[in-house]
Design a protein around this ligand. Structure first.
Ligand code: AMP
Length: 491
């Protein structure tokens, strides 16, 4: 799909592309052009300069311009005068054979009246630097009500240069219904915040340098039918009481649903996605940073705002649409000398994607058996023993209390008391898993199985909800069926 002729572009535009000397699309163009032409959805593209990103956004913009309308329809914001001129010149070249396309370049250090004149003559595409654009908006010399596409080019640079305020003002003047494309070489916290404040459920893609993952990561996958997916997720959480990690989902809706279901089932999780207000996001991230929350369920974009990298586990509840993003996700674990684990829960049709990923990350995945009740109870009991091993008893305070304690339990052997203690700690798991069947991985050759992108939330989780004990508040959530290590603070 790297031939420009395959994208359904206007013949005059194709002529311009040919004359510019482009023969085939670059990787970023291959990814963005069909997407921008075919979808009304926001886009985040992680790409360095020199990858061909101007044509990546420029060609779809040119294709979509309604030349009968003589007002701005596309606004491209970029950090510097040089880049502004370069983008405008490139787009002039592509559109050389198209009729009635007008492009205005709006940047500081040049005569503002001349630029206003270009707008007045009916420019449909405006390429601008944030400071000068803001100036023109303040003077009410531009009509932004017809803007259908906004491009934030080199968004990281614009923010580094202190254009945050200008961007806020400009973006708030553009129509709600527009689509926004953000191009950035890096995805800093600030860029992620812009993305979350101004973009709706963006698709994130990445091209450029091969991002080979850390050698300290174990890559694992569980094969699950879509019906069992949520139950498998819970089993993985139950198997890892000390987990401190992120569960990645592909969309806000999946993120919300997964987090809600887990919270209802008593797990120590919260959701992070773009539907939350800035203040809500900050609050969730702060809880997680301070380890007052064990697991976050997040979209890729939302998690970008989070500067936490010392995670024990990364869980891919959905594999990312773009496999390159897998390395961004899993790079948050296995830092320094720690071994991290990156776990994908996949459907049988996704085995091929795992093989492709192995090539991207230059590492092998190991398939894991879905844990059964024995595995989980064993792991919990080992975890409990570990906690007992590590805790120091305060004999001074406890000694007088122990007399009362043993008096109350007179007649019980010590062994029996210990077993009852263990039962008390693990009861929710014992009760829950007692009747839970083993979950079998589907046969990968079974091609009729739908990809397990959306886990059903009625398996296992529903059981907890039915059992009032687990959903009622009288139980400490942290110790609920879904609890992990049992303590609130885990550092
Ligand atoms: P950009 O990343 O947009 O700054 O582009 C970097 C350079 O690559 C520019 O000189 C473009 O003219 C050139 N370029 C962009 N797309 C193509 C293509 N499909 N084939 C050849 N050169 C290209």
């Amino acid at each position: 799909m790297n031939k420009f002729e395959n994208y359904g572009l206007d013949p005059d535009l194709l002529k311009g592309i040919k004359e510019t000397g482009f023969e085939k699309a670059t990787p970023i163009q291959e990814k963005t052009i069909p997407f921008l032409l075919g979808h009304e959805r926001d886009l985040i593209a992680l790409a360095q300069t020199g990858t061909g990103k101007t044509a990546a956004f420029g060609l779809p913009i040119l294709q979509k311009i309604d030349t009968n309308q003589k007002r701005p329809q596309a606004l491209i914001l970029c950090p510097t005068r040089e880049l502004c001129l370069q983008i405008a010149t490139e787009m002039e070249k592509y559109s050389k054979f198209m009729h009635h396309i007008k492009i205005a370049a709006i940047y500081g250090g040049a005569n503002i009246e001349t630029q206003i004149g270009q707008l007045k003559r009916g420019a449909q595409i405006v390429v601008g630097t944030p400071g000068r654009m803001n100036d023109i908006i303040r003077r009410r010399k531009i009509d932004l009500s017809g803007i259908k596409t906004v491009v934030l080019d080199e968004a990281d640079e614009m923010l580094n240069m202190g254009f945050q305020e200008d961007l806020n003002t400009i973006l708030s003047e553009t129509p709600e219904s527009k689509n926004t494309c953000l191009f950035s070489a890096t995805m800093s916290k600030e860029v992620a915040n812009i993305a979350m404040d101004y973009m709706k459920d963006p698709l994130e893609i990445a091209v450029g340098k091969k991002n080979v993952g850390s050698k300290n990561i174990n890559h694992e996958f569980y094969l699950a039918s879509s019906r069992d997916k949520y139950a498998v997720l819970k089993r993985i959480l139950d198997l890892n009481p000390e987990i401190y990690g992120i569960i990645f989902c592909r969309t806000r809706m999946d993120t919300k649903n997964t987090a809600d279901a887990l919270m209802k089932d008593g797990y120590d999780v919260d959701a992070l996605h773009g539907d939350l207000s800035h203040a809500q996001r900050e609050s969730v991230m702060s809880k997680f940073r301070h380890r007052n929350l064990q697991v976050l369920v997040a979209t890729d974009v939302a998690a970008r705002g989070l500067d936490v990298t010392d995670l024990t586990h990364i869980l891919h509840y959905n594999l990312p649409e773009e496999l390159e993003l897998y390395t961004h996700r899993s790079g948050r674990t296995g830092r320094k000398d720690n071994i991290g684990t990156s776990i994908a829960i996949i459907g049988p049709k996704e085995i091929g994607r795992i093989h492709r990923l192995e090539k991207v990350i230059e590492a092998k995945f190991t398939e894991q058996k879905i844990p059964d009740s024995k595995d989980i109870l064993k792991s919990r009991v080992v975890g409990l023993a570990g906690r007992i091993e590590n805790i120091k008893a305060d004999h001074k305070v406890l000694n007088p209390l122990m007399d009362i304690f043993f008096a109350k339990l007179e007649g019980l052997e010590k062994d029996e008391i210990i077993q009852r203690f263990v039962t008390l700690e693990l009861q929710r798991f014992i009760d829950f898993y007692k009747n839970e069947p083993s979950l079998k991985a589907p046969d990968p050759s079974h091609r009729n199985e739908r990809p397990s992108d959306r886990g059903g939330f009625n398996r296992g989780g529903g059981k907890f909800r039915k059992d009032k004990k687990w959903s009622s508040n009288k139980f400490d959530r942290k110790k609920g069926p879904g609890s992990f290590s049992g303590g609130k603070k885990r550092d």
